[in-house]
Design a protein around this ligand. Sequence first.
Ligand code: ACO
Length: 326
Amino acid sequence: MAVTIAGTGSYVPEKILTNEELAEKVDTSNEWIVTRTGIKERRIAAEGEFTSHLATKAAERALEQAGLAAADVELIIVATITPDTLTPATACYVQRNLGAAKAVAFDISAACSGFLYAMKMAKRLIEADAFKNAVIIGAEKLSAFVNWEDRTTCVLFGDGAGAAVLRRAEPGEGRILATEMGTDGNQTHLLNIPGGGSACPITIDNANDHLATLAMLGKEVFKHAVTRMKEAAEKVIERSGLQPEDIACVIPHQANLRIIDAIADRLAVPNERVFVNLDKYGNTSAAAVAIALDEANRTGAFKRGDNIVLVVFGAGLTWAAAAVQW
Ligand code: ACO
């Protein structure tokens, strides 16, 4: 049984935070941020706007494009590292908000790779006939987990959500051709939120130590990102029987333009066929590739019948890729 992506959707908060505004708060500059990352601005959720709100809006748009009623949704997977609450899962709030009463809903935590982890899981569950359809969502309110005094991280991240509706493919429809996932738990120290879990609860004594915020050894992460994303993309391209010239669009994780350029170069795909929107949103972790997929879809970066490749990398370390015939 083939599984198709029947619709995509995304949502970003209204508030824009520019590099210039950040330069007023920490010792940085627009020039440093643009040259080192490609990011020009990012979106910041309002105080009462949580990850589940962003996720719900993205899912509503994907359902509308897919022509699927919320009441008929059978599975909701939210990929996030910034849940509304430690429990219940953010997916439960989304299920309630959508009115998708029939759907089974749960979260997965695979950082920036979460949306493609969710895609593989949903695809396999639909193929196994456990569910007829699924809404997969990457959603983050990273602004709530950033140390706004740390210039090495606060300039990188933003808030947003992207979603896709997966269901059995009808004859003649596009399909997910191949998926790949990987994990290296020996590198957990390179990128993490050290506090707020059972290993390091936030207490009165450490409340001011910024432990519940993202910490990253950027240079190390960079090297792993290029190698792992290249390998994962190559695997799905090979398994799909594609050549670089058959790929209409590569949609990579949106963390750093230099990483994206290095991957395009190593895959021998020209830059004009690589979708980039990190200049507008920064790194939105699990949401990034999902927002990019939706924007690429809605702006005609590829058309029905085209082959596209999605590839991601994040904390864990985790990585994943998917080849899709649209
Ligand atoms: N403004 C000005 N200077 C800065 C800033 C800043 N915002 N941040 C760091 N610097 C300084 C550093 O202090 C350093 O100064 P020094 O040479 O005097 O020590 C200098 O700039 C260079 O710093 P590096 O960390 O070496 O800069 P680099 O070129 O590696 O860029 C970056 C840093 C952008 C973080 C890059 O390493 C990167 O993108 N890494 C990968 C990120 C990624 O892919 N993450 C995975 C997904 S995220 C997730 O899963 C949640």
